[in-house]
Design a protein around this ligand. Structure first.
Ligand SMILES: O=C(O)CCC(=O)C(=O)O
Ligand SMILES: [Fe+2]
Length: 543
């Protein structure tokens, strides 16, 4: 008879599930120990890591130490790079340009050509209105939160407050925090918002998303045409441009057929790299901040967001940003005409070539309603930061998030795969495993971890923030928790098998020890040690 397995009650504080212990050896013996030794090890190591992480009050990651090690290598490398840069700079600042400098436009054109600005006057007035209302609604209802992020193993709150809005069921992970989209009302979706204003806000951001998508397509097209022209001017034969029109569904998205056609594959790329699935909204009122980090390389002043590359995006996808600083401090700009450097009253986006101290940086002022685009691979080749001005400011940053492992659809599919190894016994409610094969059990463990660490913990860790806008996520989260519980039971069964086998191996080993002793004491000793270590490690891990 299998031992009775009682799942633990969920952990109260974060609602995150707690691991159960399954120390119930059962009689009988199943498999050969050699084949499954690796699997056992893997299970134990993982449980120990998790146990340690929990004891330290940390938010563990599903990948455990392996990822932790790679992560710390990456951070060390970044740290060393940064140190090297700072050393090279010494006491002085690196140069950067603003529109006040004569060479600003030349620098922009040559070194930052994939940064595109669309000033507010090019954006439809009606769109400005609904988007700005949406920002204020979200703020009024307390929907923006400072995120607890993790950098170099340390936790920080972001200076900016944020909310993620986007396709239903989509998530976006940045700096070890997975954010869950407040769904915008895509066609055919049934979303219950907390109030009608919230619907309007999400709808407005979806409209902005469509607008920015079209603008990005246009900008990319223009850019590719200007590149084509430049190569032609330089006398280089470029690829043929006489391809069929580019169609998005029934609609032609690239209509300018008179100048040139864009190849179909390029069209698909273009669409994939501008089809934003979410937007991360930022808000900060500098006057409410006790302290803001100073830009370290160029002396650009207060930073709201430090230098970074946006992570977790589809490769070479465009990022589009709508910027709304609540007042435009025009007077100050005139007063500071003769000063050098950027106007500290005005919000700017700062750009620099990654790990390069030769190319001057760029600080581009952003006035209320301006939009900027980081086209193609600009986000990879360059870093950007946000330089704070004086008024409060919102921004909506539209992204093509790489969410092959970041949607509800995906994680439910994973659960389905894992639960295929579960069979309900007809005469009892007890659940049992169809296969104890190492690869299958390992896969289930992986999925179990993924659900727990990437979804349940991440969701509950952020408290009840998602309730502020809609209850959309609570039903799928409850479902995921059900799946998690089933997997927990499955894995406990596997663990029981482990216990049995360990006991069996241990006993057998003692027996073998006696046999070995006669002709090979060394082998007997090492055999005994390895098995007993395995057994005691297992036992300790089950405490
Ligand atoms: O607010 C902005 O202009 C950009 C913010 C940003 O870089 C980010 O959220 O990743
Ligand atoms: Fe960014």
């Amino acid at each position: 008879m299998p031992g009775t397995v009682v799942p633990h009650p969920r952990r109260g504080r974060q609602g995150a599930p707690e691991k159960t212990t399954g120390r119930q050896p059962r009689s009988g013996h199943g498999r050969q120990c050699g084949g499954c030794a690796h699997a056992r090890c893997w299970v134990h190591v993982r449980r120990r890591q998790q146990h340690e992480a929990e004891r330290g009050g940390e938010r563990a990651t599903s990948e455990g130490t392996r990822l932790g090690f790679l992560e710390s290598c990456w951070y060390t490398l970044q740290f060393l790079n940064k140190q090297k840069l700072l050393e090279e700079i010494g006491e002085s600042w690196l140069p950067y340009l603003t529109p006040r400098d004569a060479e600003f436009h030349q620098l922009w054109k040559t070194k930052y050509s994939k940064l595109i600005l669309r000033t507010s006057d090019t954006v439809p007035k009606g769109l400005h209105q609904v988007v700005q209302d949406a920002f204020l609604t979200l703020q009024k209802h307390g929907c923006l939160f400072q995120d607890l992020i993790r950098i170099k193993g340390k936790d920080f709150f972001t200076p900016v407050s944020r909310i993620l809005i986007g396709n239903p069921g989509c998530t976006y992970k940045y700096l070890n925090t997975r954010l869950f989209t407040v769904p915008w009302p895509v066609e055919g979706s049934k979303i219950k918002y907390c109030n009608p204003e919230m619907f309007d806000a999400c709808n407005a951001l979806m409209k902005l998303n469509d607008y920015l998508h079209n603008e990005a397509v246009q900008a990319l097209k223009e850019q590719s045409l200007s590149e084509t022209k430049e190569t032609k001017d330089a006398g280089v034969t470029n690829k043929e441009q006489d391809f069929s029109t580019c169609v998005e569904g029934e609609r032609t998205i690239l209509e300018d057929q008179s100048s040139s056609y864009v190849p179909r594959t390029d069209c698909i790329n273009l669409k994939n790299k501008t089809s934003y699935n979410l937007t991360l909204l930022n808000y900060m009122d500098p006057l409410q901040m006790l302290y803001l980090k100073q830009e370290p390389y160029f002396g650009m002043g207060n930073m709201a967001v430090s230098w970074h590359h946006d992570e977790n995006l589809v490769e070479s996808s465009t990022v589009a940003v709508y910027s709304y600083s609540c007042k435009d401090p025009v007077i100050n700009r005139n007063q500071q005409e003769d000063l050098r450097g950027r106007d500290p009253a005005v919000w700017h986006v700062g750009l620099k070539v990654a790990w390069d101290i030769k190319t001057p940086g760029l600080a581009l002022p952003l006035h209320p309603g301006d939009c900027y685009f980081m086209l193609d691979d600009l986000n990879m080749t360059h870093q950007h930061c946000v330089l704070a001005g004086w008024p409060p400011r919102f921004s909506s940053t539209h992204r093509v998030a790489e969410c092959s492992r970041g949607t509800l659809e995906y994680i439910f599919r994973q659960c389905e795969t894992a639960l295929q190894n579960l069979q309900a016994e007809s005469e009892s409610v007890a659940l049992s495993l169809k296969s104890l094969e190492v690869t299958i059990v390992k896969e289930v463990e992986g999925i179990h971890n993924e659900v727990e660490f990437e979804w349940l913990r991440q969701f509950w860790f952020q408290g009840k923030r998602y309730r502020k806008c809609t209850d959309w996520w609570f039903e799928p989260m409850a479902k995921l928790e059900e799946f998690w519980k089933k997997m927990e039971i499955m894995l406990l069964k596997e663990t029981e098998e482990d216990v049995t086998e360990n006991v069996y191996c241990f006993v057998e080993s003692i027996h073998k020890f006696g046999v070995y002793c006669i002709w090979d004491p060394e082998a007997a000793f090492s055999h005994f040690c390895s098995v007993s270590t395995m057994f005691s490690t297992f036992y300790i891990n089950q405490q």
